[in-house]
Design a protein around this ligand. Structure first.
Ligand code: KG4
Ligand code: ZN
Length: 333
């Protein structure tokens, strides 16, 4: 069966074509250059860009996969969570195609797409799965005992991990998105000792990520350095410490829940899963006792193929969505 899937929840316009669970083509038109002028994603611009890009991206996918629209068996799109104007573009695009070609449609939760991203390149993932989804908008750990069943174990109280990377980068005037830039600095200056950032203390004892304290400590320390004439080495030590601090927190909760839930596979997904330190530490710490499966950077960040894969699994389990399905800006899995 052929599946055409669309992802437009944030600033990437992506369309993919799958034959069952195999990805035949996946194209992404990134808006990073446009939004980087503003230091972050501007929602109004994002939705206009999706409108402009979606047709050419679709045509490229059809050309590369050598499949025509009337051969498609199932249309899918992200319907939540995300920027509402952006979601509406992809959702209405896919729903219109399903209506015109009289084929089924499935709306997919963006987080479910990220959950299935590691499956695209790994056919050996076994349930139960412990999944860390970590991006510019989300930082959550889900436990999935069997396909399409999710338990949210832990999420963030304030910023997402990717957002913390992006805010720190903006403060330093490095640019957007910040994660890859901070990761590069981390790796380029291995000889500079990172500043220590302690774990946040959650006063009511609940288990949740929190990155606002780290960001505030970074800001204060950076301001102090600014007052005393900035020394490059001290800023690098601070940046390296921030990356360590973010990664340590992610690892801490993965460790706790891996112990409690005893999964067969641990997966990472979302843009921050591209982070070299996180990938390395997760492999080191969990690779011996669990299957650890991390998507390649292409499938870690937002892409249409992960939405198509999730739609394939849902379709096999007799799901479909009504064409009245509307976009939602926030929603857990
Ligand atoms: O999944 P994604 O493409 O979009 C969202 O759904 O948010 O993730 C984008 C986020 C940005 O915050 C970006 O800074 C972060 O992923 N990111 C990274 C790295 N590459 C991308 N964060 C840390 N290290 C990286 N290498
Ligand atoms: Zn995402």
């Amino acid at each position: 069966m052929y599946i055409l899937s669309v992802e437009t929840s944030c600033d990437d316009t992506s369309v993919a074509l799958l034959k069952g669970e195999e990805v035949l083509a996946c194209e992404i038109s990134s808006q990073i250059e446009i939004h980087s002028q503003f230091g972050g994603v501007v929602p109004e611009i994002a939705s206009r860009e999706h409108l402009r890009n979606i047709d050419p991206v679709l045509n490229e996918v059809l050309k590369k996969s050598n499949v025509s629209l009337d051969e498609i068996d199932l249309f899918a799109a992200t319907f939540a969570p995300g920027l509402i104007g952006s979601l509406l573009v992809g959702l209405n695009f896919a729903k219109s195609l399903a209506y015109y070609f009289k084929k089924p449609f499935i709306g997919i939760n963006h987080l479910e797409g990220h959950f299935f991203a590691p499956f695209i390149e790994n056919s050996d993932i076994e349930f139960p799965v412990l999944s860390l989804i970590v991006s510019g908008g989300h930082t959550s750990i889900y436990f999935s005992e069997k396909p399409l069943k999710y338990e949210l174990l832990c999420s963030t109280r304030d910023d997402a991990a990717g957002e913390a990377f992006d805010k720190i980068s903006k403060l330093l005037g490095l640019g957007y998105p910040g994660g890859p830039l901070i990761d590069r600095i981390y790796n380029e200056y291995e000889d500079i000792e990172p500043v220590k950032f302690s774990m946040p203390k959650i006063s009511d004892g609940s288990r949740a990520f929190s990155f606002s304290g780290l960001k505030t400590k970074f800001l204060h320390q950076f301001r102090k350095l600014e007052k005393n004439e900035i020394k490059e080495k001290s800023v690098i030590a601070l940046v390296r410490g921030a990356q360590e601090g973010i990664v340590n927190q992610l690892l801490k909760y993965l460790e706790i829940f891996a112990g409690e839930k005893n999964p067969k596979t641990i997966t990472l997904s979302g843009g921050v899963a591209c982070n070299s330190l996180l990938r390395k530490r997760v492999m080191e710490r969990f690779g011996g006792s669990y299957k650890v499966r991390i998507p390649s950077p292409f499938y870690s960040t937002d892409n249409g193929a992960m939405i198509g894969y999730a739609a394939y699994v849902r379709f096999k389990n007799d799901f479909s969505s009504p064409l009245s399905l509307n976009a939602k800006s926030s929603m857990n899995l």
